[in-house]
Design a protein around this ligand. Structure first.
Ligand code: GAL
Length: 799
């Protein structure tokens, strides 16, 4: 039976280059010891130059070979090396691979098979080779070099299963499926003995649902079987099944191969996207796989965390893995969560003129589809270089390749212009029309003409309005509202299958982009995946849990001319009540006038005075209304009031014998909240007649540090584990100290270590650190300290 041996620990690494490093006898004892996933050069959060992520490095490791009798084939499997890899085993050159995002296998030469151990050397070339996509022109993302995804040794006998792909068609009922099982074998040709494949479909608890035995004639082919009464994979109930094949020679099993599959029917039409026959608006975000410090070198736990963040916290139902295939761990989690995925080949706007560039792109596309075609979460293959020009000859090939390797899925290809030649199934379009004033989305007819083709917005907002976590409230609020306006426009138009915002989190990029610091501040979350206000526009569209987030802390000093203006609340509650101290200022409902189509429009409070004037004695209702209107007007526009208002207020003041200083006092009391009592605002989210969520905002008397790890335990498995700890400065009421950029220091005690620097700055009152296991078990204590407040710590168990 084939066996897989993970090889992620204890590699020797150098960031220098010498052909002698390939030799078996090379002395690497003074090289750094590293574990995989690994980035060649740690990146600063900002101002990472292209030079700091490129270059050449070498990895070496002595590996024990399995002594299993019958093993005749050994291969090294690399899940991802950025960007080019050359591999030697005991000094023998064994193969190379180009392309940072797809896996490859390198066979060990037969002459080493009898050995007990061999030395593997990998030259990792992260230079931006213009012949290898995405490079050749400017690219808006970094590709940090290194063996940044896992490595394993695969051992198989003379006969093994190389690949298995299962797709299915519904029969009369969607629950009854006709399965097509594509297999590929690795064995001597023609196979001498009677070869059979035993196929088995089971549930995830290990029960067999159906199985069948097939005699095999060729090395590769399609088999068919039927399954009745299976459950469908869906965004709400992502039901997975275990599928396996056992290869036998003359009836004696010699290899098996297991995958996870799901049954679902997807259809993009000119009237929207249908999942299992049900219309589903796709509401999503683009994801780059980059993290602070380590580029893309993050193990499973944090890959899972991104899928959980998107689906669980942000409530989106689709992610686009812009602009390359992501880690398989990420896709596994999407399968488990029911998060739909659009994935695409690596690239960015540029198509290389050299035929070798196109060959490389086609090969990377093939490798992506071969790796990923069993994931039920994937609903569309992106077969064009993101935002590139039409190239019918090239894209005819990429499209045919996808259809050939996977007849079960539609294709798309992302453009940023209209009237493009549509060789694929879905017109996928990056729509950056909205600039705050122009329409939120282009009319599809203006983009595709009258052709009734499926249409999907694959990007919006992004660079049209960058927003950093520490930016002022009005900036973060406008950022959020732009996402909300686009989503509203998407829900308004039946022809639009969905809209996928740019993007999930801030990311590191080349110098031609970003804020001059090599960071694109386009995320609805920051690089640590900490939400900005815009994140709550997405989160509040979900039905799974009540959500309410106030897009302001109601401090006058955070707003030009002290005018807080409209306070927006992202919520899926039926209404929100606002209290000032104990007085109900007013209730507000989802703003359907400004967002008529959103599932859950944000709630707007345009009036922060409301019923507070009831505490004024001796004024009639009409007088209070006039006072409220006047004070609100003065709050936003200053005291140069319209003439009629001045006259009416003048009369009112006369009637009540009020002097100008009394008017100022009213302004101070009701607009500025300047009195000797504490200011306190409370927002109550109401659903089903009950308060389900409450947020209290008041000026902090003191602040303290807080540390929240995203898991209570770490586990070293096939490689190290990484926990993210969110660090924030908060008031005694738990409110984020948004104006703080406090420097904090992190210490780690126990069997773990910090990733990145021990001194970091909060941004907008919040930041995070990553801590990884280093081998060994026990308790890890992470201590965070800064001047003027007590240190805090979190304890995590490493098991
Ligand atoms: C798009 C591009 C993305 C990103 C985005 C920024 O044009 O496809 O990769 O650069 O702009 O808004």
């Amino acid at each position: 039976m084939g066996t897989r041996y993970p090889l992620n620990f204890g590699w020797r690494f150098t960031c220098t280059d010498d052909p002698l490093y390939a030799q078996q006898a090379c002395d690497d004892s003074d090289w750094e010891v590293v574990d995989i996933p690994h980035v060649m050069r740690e990146l600063p959060m900002q101002y990472a130059s292209t030079d700091s992520v490129t270059g050449i490095g070498w990895y070496r490791r002595c590996i024990e070979l399995p002594s299993t009798v019958g093993t005749v084939h050994l291969a090294l499997r690399f899940e991802g090396v950025a960007t080019k890899a050359s591999v030697w085993v005991d000094g023998i050159p064994c193969g190379t691979h180009e392309g940072a995002f797809t896996p490859f296998e390198i066979d060990l030469p037969p002459v080493v098979l009898h050995k007990q151990e061999v030395v593997v050397a990998i030259r990792c070339d992260a230079q931006e080779d213009p012949l290898v996509p995405p490079f050749g022109h400017v690219v808006d993302y970094l590709v940090p070099g290194g063996m940044y995804r896992e490595v394993a040794l695969l051992a198989t006998g003379a006969y093994s299963i190389a690949d298995l792909f299962v797709h299915s068609e519904p029969m009369e009922r969607p629950e009854d499926r006709e399965l097509t099982v594509h297999y590929a074998l690795r064995c001597p040709e023609p196979p001498g003995e009677r070869i059979s494949l035993h196929l088995r479909l089971g549930d995830m608890q290990g029960n067999t649902i159906v199985s069948s035995l097939h005699d095999i004639a060729g090395m590769e082919g399609d088999l068919h079987m039927q399954a009745h009464g299976v459950g469908l994979w869906d965004v709400e109930h992502p039901l997975l099944y275990a599928f396996s094949a056992t290869l036998a020679r003359d009836g004696i099993p010699c290899d098996d191969y297991a995958i996870r599959i799901g049954f679902r029917d997807i259809r993009f039409t000119a009237k929207g996207f249908f999942l299992n026959g049900r219309l589903l608006k796709l509401r999503g975000l683009n994801r780059h796989q980059l993290y602070p410090y380590v580029g893309a070198a993050m193990p499973r736990r944090q890959q899972y965390a991104d899928a959980e963040f998107l689906q669980g916290e942000l409530g989106v139902n689709v992610v686009r893995t812009s602009h390359y295939p992501p880690s398989s761990h990420f896709l596994d989690k999407c399968d488990e969560l029911g998060l739909l995925v659009i994935t695409e080949l690596p690239g960015w706007q540029h198509i290389g003129a050299d035929p070798r560039w196109k060959e490389s792109a086609l090969r990377q596309l093939r490798e992506m589809i071969l790796r990923d075609r069993n994931h039920p979460s994937i609903i569309l293959w992106g077969v064009r270089i993101n935002e590139s020009a039409d190239d019918d000859a090239f894209y005819g090939k990429t499209n045919d390749t996808a259809c050939w390797l996977d007849p079960s899925r539609p294709t798309g290809g992302v453009r940023n212009f209209g009237s493009s030649h549509l060789l694929e199934d879905v017109y996928t379009y990056n729509d950056f029309l909205h600039d705050g004033k122009r329409p939120s989305l282009a009319d599809p007819v203006r983009v595709v003409g009258k052709r009734p083709v499926p249409y999907l917005v694959t990007e919006h907002t992004g660079h049209m309005f960058p927003a950093r976590p520490g930016d002022p409230e009005p900036v973060l609020t406008e950022h959020a509202l732009r996402h909300a306006r686009v989503l509203d426009a998407m829900y308004a138009d039946d022809r639009i299958s969905g809209a996928i915002g740019w993007c999930m989190s801030d990311y590191q990029t080349h110098s031609q982009f970003g804020g001059g610091d090599g960071v694109c501040w386009h995320g609805v979350a920051d690089m640590f995946r900490i939400p900005k206000y815009a994140a709550y526009v997405y989160a509040s569209q979900q039905e799974r849990r009540p959500v309410m987030h106030v897009l302001s802390q109601l401090h006058i000093g955070s707003h030009p001319a002290h005018a807080i203006g409209t306070v927006w609340v992202c919520t899926n509650c039926e209404s929100v009540q606002l209290y000032f101290r104990d007085t109900l200022v007013g209730s507000a409902f989802p703003d359907r006038s400004r967002f008529p189509h959103l599932l859950h429009p944000p709630v707007a409070f345009d009036d922060l005075i409301g019923n507070r004037l009831d505490e004024l004695e001796g004024f009639s209702k009409r007088e209070r209304d006039l006072l409220r209107e006047t004070l609100n007007r003065a709050a936003t526009d200053g005291f140069d009031l319209p003439l009629l208002m001045k006259v009416r207020v003048g009369l009112l003041m006369k009637r009540h014998a009020l002097r100008p200083s009394d008017a100022v006092k009213l302004f101070e009391r009701f607009v500025l909240a300047w009195d000797d009592r504490d200011v306190q605002w409370e927002f109550r989210g109401v659903a089903g007649g009950k308060t389900v969520l409450s947020t209290v905002l008041r000026p902090p008397r003191s602040v303290h540090l807080e540390i929240v790890p995203d898991q209570p335990a770490m586990h070293t498995g096939e490689t190290y584990d990484v926990v993210r700890c969110v660090i924030s400065l908060r008031s005694e009421a738990g409110t984020l100290a948004r104006m703080s950029h406090q420097a904090v220091h992190v210490d780690v005690e126990g069997p773990a270590k910090l990733i990145g620097p021990a001194d970091l700055n909060l941004s907008g009152g919040v930041g995070a650190c990553y801590v990884r296991t280093i081998g060994g078990k026990g308790q890890v204590r992470i201590v965070v300290s800064c001047p003027h407040t007590k240190p805090v710590s979190a304890t995590i168990l490493v098991d």
